[in-house]
Design a protein around this ligand. Sequence first.
Ligand code: G3P
Length: 218
Amino acid sequence: MKFFIDTANLDQIREAQELGVLDGVTTNPSLMAKEGITGTANILNHYKKICEIVTGDVSAEVIATDYKGIIDEGERLADLHPQIVVKVPMIRDGVKALNYFADKGIKTNCTLVFSAGQALLAAKAGATYVSPFIGRLDDVSTDGMALIKQIVTIYANYLFETQILAASVRHPMHIIQCAESGADVVTCPLSAITALLNHPLTDIGLEKFLADYRKGNS
Ligand code: G3P
């Protein structure tokens, strides 16, 4: 399972990259705004900076919601850097655009997916990645992980090549459950990735090993 970091924060992207487990980055307009990145030129430049830090795919989301606008913006984003994946919302014109980008060999990430039907459409349209938002489903008392399992089954039934990118992943248990369910990718905050490191028995065990070493070597 690939690990993507879901942020536009360059320090956090660097930290995850240095950990050696990072496969890519996802961003969205809210995450860019959170970092104070505004204005087209600054936003495009920020995507280039992210691509220089990581070696994997970097999702850059279009703002346009009409077919022509999505195509124009998506092509501009894809021209920025070979690692850019054009992130397209799950709307009617978005599905049409996914098809267009697939024909052009431009990688896409279909975002704001909340149902199996939407995931099926994204795969039919040739999306490279589909992003079901599991945390936001959990937020409205719906089982986000059940959707991941449903999409895994549907894609396996028909050998769709679209990769399931579990998004809106909020905590380490989401990551574990995604791995159990067969998601291809998880995208999450740095805190969820580093939380996987922690176990009190590791800390206690290491403390004891070092204490015993010091007893015999002082
Ligand atoms: O990038 C989309 C998604 O991961 C957003 O997550 O936590 O805002 O629901 P969240």
